[in-house]
Design a protein around this ligand. Structure first.
Ligand code: FES
Length: 118
C-alpha cells in the first residue's frame, strides 16, 4: 500500500470533484457528503476529462458528454453507462484525504473502438 496525501477535506466541497496530481498521477477526489472517493481523471467512455464534463448530484456522477452515470460511492454504472468507474482506496488522516497510489488506475480504451454510436 502506498498511501499519499492528496488534498485537504476542506479543498473539496460536498457533491463536487477536484482534480489533484500526486507523483505525476492525476486523479479526481470527490466529496460524496458522507465520505470521499477518488477516481481516474477521465470518463471511461471517451476519455473526456471529468473535472470538466462531470457533475455530481445526490451521490451520482454524470458525464455531461453522453450522460453516462455512476454511483459515486461504489463506482457502479447507472443509466446508459456501460462500464463502471474505477476507484482508488481512500482514507482520511485527520483532515487529509489519503489515496492508495500503489498503481495508477487506467481504462483500456481500445476495447471500446466499436462503441461509437454517439
Ligand atoms: S465521454 Fe463521458 S459519457 Fe461519453
Amino acid at each position: 500500500m502506498t498511501w499519499k496525501p492528496v488534498c485537504s477535506t476542506q479543498d473539496v466541497s460536498e457533491q463536487t470533484l477536484k482534480l489533484c496530481k500526486v507523483d505525476g498521477i492525476a486523479l479526481l477526489v470527490a466529496n460524496v457528503g458522507d465520505g470521499f472517493r477518488a477516481y481516474p481523471p477521465v470518463c471511461p467512455h471517451m476519455e473526456e476529462p471529468l473535472d470538466e464534463s462531470g457533475i455530481c448530484a445526490d451521490g451520482v456522477l454524470t458525464c455531461t458528454k453522453h450522460l453516462w452515470q455512476w454511483d459515486m460511492r461504489t463506482g457502479e454504472a447507472k443509466g446508459p453507462a456501460e462500464r463502471p468507474i474505477l476507484m482508488y482506496d481512500v482514507r482520511l488522516d485527520g483532515d487529509q484525504v489519503m489515496v492508495n497510489l500503489e498503481k495508477e488506475l487506467e481504462y483500456d480504451f481500445d476495447e471500446d473502438d466499436d462503441d461509437d454510436d454517439y
